[in-house]
Design a protein. Structure first.
Length: 428
């Protein structure tokens, strides 16, 4: 026998080949989408000078981070539109659509002239590009999560966490590009044209992901299940508490993940590190996030989603604020690296990598993508993409550079309470 499939010989081999092809297709798209999203955060200071009116540099940075956050405002729309499309037509066509939209947003960002050339049209078009990318990403996660989680229900945690490893590799890839660009080019060169190079690379891998996704197989669980003609109506009727509990469970991982994305800006503006040194910690975090999520996903298959997520959620709650105090007391690249590595290991790998499987467990197959997508983007909207803007504003308002630790600790408490709700809804 071959696991849950009941296949033997050539049939089992074909099934394994199909799963491998599906994993590659789903995850190369995840790499592309997260790579492009994170590039913006890593070059936020540079982009603030290129696309926004000159004046107070702190205001320009906040405007740039606000543009980063605006992609998350449209993600619920993408989650509903693409998520319901995936539950009606299939996971495969939804993923092809999402990667195509992401390529459009990346193209606009890559070729867009700066404020000095086209004036206010520059920030307006930049916001448009971010809106397209946010719409795309809103449907990407739910469709890819459902596709991977439905490969083998007994190994749902392992397969669903592969998307997190792909996202971690995207962090590594984007931060390596940022490091090399800032290390090899003069600041004036980075500001004028160097920042565009990694976006051009993103345009090259996008068509590859689109082509591979067109050739992949549909989810076997979806293919044999009864399909819903109105998945959104069903989800709103039957799953509203599941959606809210899932969004709360997403919160801590989303805030922790995007706090790591904010760290280069924090390192430059509050720790006094140079642009190259500021991304070293993100590179290390990217390596951790690329290699460890699937192991924690496997642990959740063995010991349960809530046991793994609860353990690392509590660890995160205990370490987050002291971590920021340590960075401010000892501002160095090595302190930054240690803190970002801990944040990656505990909040991203230990806690967040199990979220896709937990969300998949919460929802029925016929409306799974819709429920997963809405839960995820709701948690991301409230606690994810806006995190760099929120913590930047808190630091600027309070003058306390350790305040991000207080904010993030509060978000973790929300998630731990949501895990209790998930247990009452039947998740183990």
């Amino acid at each position: 026998m071959s696991g849950a499939t009941g296949l033997t010989g050539a049939g089992a081999g074909a099934r394994r080949g199909s799963v491998l092809k599906t994993a590659i297709a789903a995850n190369i798209g995840a790499v592309f989408e997260w790579y492009d999203l994170l590039l913006y955060a890593l070059f936020a200071v540079t982009l603030s000078k290129q696309f926004f009116p000159p004046g107070d540099p702190n205001t320009a940075v906040l405007l740039s981070l606000g543009t980063f956050a605006v992609a998350w405002l449209v993600r619920p729309i993408g989650a509903v539109v693409i998520g319901t499309y995936a539950d009606r037509a299939g996971r495969k066509p939804a993923l092809v659509l999402s990667v195509g939209l992401m390529m459009v947003g990346t193209l606009i960002t890559t070729v867009l002239p700066g404020y000095a050339t086209i004036g206010l049209a520059a920030p307006v078009l930049l916001v448009l590009a971010r809106l397209i990318q946010g719409f795309s990403a809103g449907g990407e996660f739910g469709s890819a999560t459902a596709l991977m989680a439905e490969q083998d229900p007994r190994r749902r945690g392992f397969f669903a966490s592969l998307q997190w490893a792909a996202s971690g590799f995207a962090v590594f890839l984007a931060s390596m590009f940022a490091y090399v660009i800032n290390q090899t080019l003069e600041p004036a060169q980075v500001a004028s044209w160097g920042w565009r190079i990694p976006f051009v690379f993103g345009l090259l891998i996008g068509p590859v992901g689109w082509y591979i996704r067109r050739a992949m197989d549909e989810s076997p669980e979806f293919a044999t299940a009864e399909h819903s003609a109105t998945p959104l109506r069903e989800a709103m009727t039957h799953d509203i508490w599941r959606i809210l509990a899932g969004a709360g469970a997403v919160a801590a991982g989303a805030a922790g993940s995007f706090t790591n994305a904010y760290m280069p800006t924090f390192a430059i503006t509050k720790l006094g590190l140079g642009a190259s040194a500021a991304v070293v910690g993100t590179i290390v975090a990217g390596v951790i996030n690329s290699t460890l999520p699937m192991w924690f996903g496997h642990l959740s298959d063995r010991f349960g989603r809530l046991a793994v997520m609860g353990t690392f959620g509590v660890l995160g709650l205990l370490m987050i604020y002291p971590m920021f105090v340590w960075m401010i007391a000892s501002p160095s690249v090595w302190t930054l690296v240690a803190c970002q590595a801990l944040l990656a290991l505990v909040m991203y790998c230990g806690y967040y990598a199990t979220v896709p499987a937990l969300l998949s467990d919460l929802f029925h197959t016929r409306r799974r993508t819709t429920g997963v997508s809405i839960s995820y983007v709701l948690g991301q909207l409230l606690f994810g993409g806006v995190t760099p803007l929120v913590v930047g504003w808190i630091v600027a308002t309070t003058g306390d550079p350790t305040s991000p630790g207080i904010y993030l600790s509060g978000v973790v408490v929300v998630s731990l309470l949501s895990l209790v709700a998930c247990r009452r809804l039947g998740v183990r």
